[in-house]
Design a protein around this ligand. Structure first.
Ligand SMILES: NC(=O)c1ccc[n+]([C@@H]2O[C@H](COP(=O)([O-])OP(=O)(O)OC[C@H]3O[C@@H](n4cnc5c(N)ncnc54)[C@H](O)[C@@H]3O)[C@@H](O)[C@H]2O)c1
Length: 320
């Protein structure tokens, strides 16, 4: 197939491109390099089935040029990261709405399938675990910037389902805390990438709040397996949780990373206020119900957290 991957030079996107090219597809990766890196796709430089296009998903002319030739669009380009949501909410809102609208509007006339990267954040503060795809959303007040990412992705999902109602083949994937090689490890990146960076540099691992908040982390190979499985027509017009059921608290995670990296780094605590400014809200736990993904996509995560963390540490070590 001819496939567009937006955000193709990013963390999940570049692993997805590896997998799609490996399966024999033609892939056009579109990225503005706001967070992605050319080096993540350098291994495909001489592959004539891959084209790397520098540009923004908000550039309608550019997007039309590629979507007009595509059978499928994996739409992963987005502005994410908790720190971005509290520092620059407008960038997050615009960065998540405008491009998605372009992708759906342009895919519709030619009925090209859209697979949209949504997030477990969508469930917000809902406390009824595990989250099923039909579970409700519960957010804090709009003046709390933390919720702008979930709200923008919610609107994106509404747009996806509105186009599905008009007949466009659309699948929504809700990723639960993906981690692995190539994830941003700056202060804007995921917690595993940041903890590994600190552990390898002998710096303190900063746990926010009391550290009892828990998450289910997903190795990127598993996230990509779920993503590719969404190509099935059986997946049309539905959302799927893509995660694992292994729950771990953030303090335990810090301990696991320190011991896996043989690091002498201390684990310290920081209040949410110190980390993100006053008024920040977090959810105490987040866990997916994977029944639907298992039944429709045959999705079954296979990488143990300990193994995934070891591989990720190795990658950052080699890179350094
Ligand atoms: N990593 C996770 O745990 C996670 C969890 C839930 C959802 N997601 C979603 O998965 C997708 C991929 O996330 P990721 O972790 O790989 O992040 P990432 O930042 O590594 O990837 C996003 C990519 O999009 C690119 N991009 C941003 N704005 C763009 C624009 N206007 N035009 C073109 N490219 C643009 C960035 O340069 C980057 O390469 C995102 O949609 C994200 O919301 C990720």
């Amino acid at each position: 197939m001819k496939i567009v991957v937006t955000g193709g030079a990013g963390f999940i996107g570049s692993h997805l491109v590896d997998r799609l090219l490996g399966a024999g597809h033609t892939v056009w990766s579109i990225d503005d390099f706001s967070n992605g890196k050319r080096e993540f796709l350098a291994q495909h430089a001489s592959n004539n089935r891959h084209t790397l296009i520098e540009g923004s998903v908000t550039d309608r002319g550019l997007m039309k040029n590629w979507i007009d030739k595509a059978d499928v669009i994996f739409h992963l380009a987005a502005v994410l990261g908790v720190k971005n949501t509290v520092e620059d909410p407008l960038k997050v809102i615009e960065g998540n709405i405008d491009g998605t609208r372009n992708v759906l509007e342009l895919a519709y006339p030619r009925q090209a399938k859209v697979i949209f990267a949504s997030t477990s954040e969508i469930y917000g503060k809902n406390s009824e675990l595990p989250f099923h795809e039909l579970s409700g959303r519960f957010y804090g007040a709009p003046s709390v910037h933390r919720w702008c990412y979930a709200t923008a992705k919610s609107l994106d999902e509404h747009m996806c389902f509105a186009y599905a109602k008009k007949g466009l083949p659309v699948t929504v994937l809700r990723y639960f805390n993906a981690y692995g090689p190539r994830q941003t490890n700056s202060q804007y990146g995921g917690v595993i990438a940041r903890f590994i960076k600190a552990a390898l540099n002998g710096e303190p691992l900063e746990v926010y709040g009391d550290g009892t908040q828990s998450r289910c982390f997903t190795y990127v190979d598993d996230s990509v397996s779920g993503t590719v499985a969404a190509l099935s027509p059986n997946a049309n017009d539905q959302a799927f949780n893509i995660g694992t059921n292994r729950s771990i608290t953030i303090r335990e995670l810090a301990q696991l990373i320190v011991s896996s990296a043989d690091s002498a780094s201390p684990i310290i605590s920081k209040t949410y206020d110190e980390a993100y400014g006053p008024g920040y809200e977090d959810m105490p736990a987040r866990e997916p119900d994977l029944t639907r993904a298992g039944a429709v996509l045959s999705y079954q995560p296979s990488v143990l957290l300990e193994d995934g963390i070891r591989k990720t540490i190795e990658w950052y070590r080699n890179r350094a």
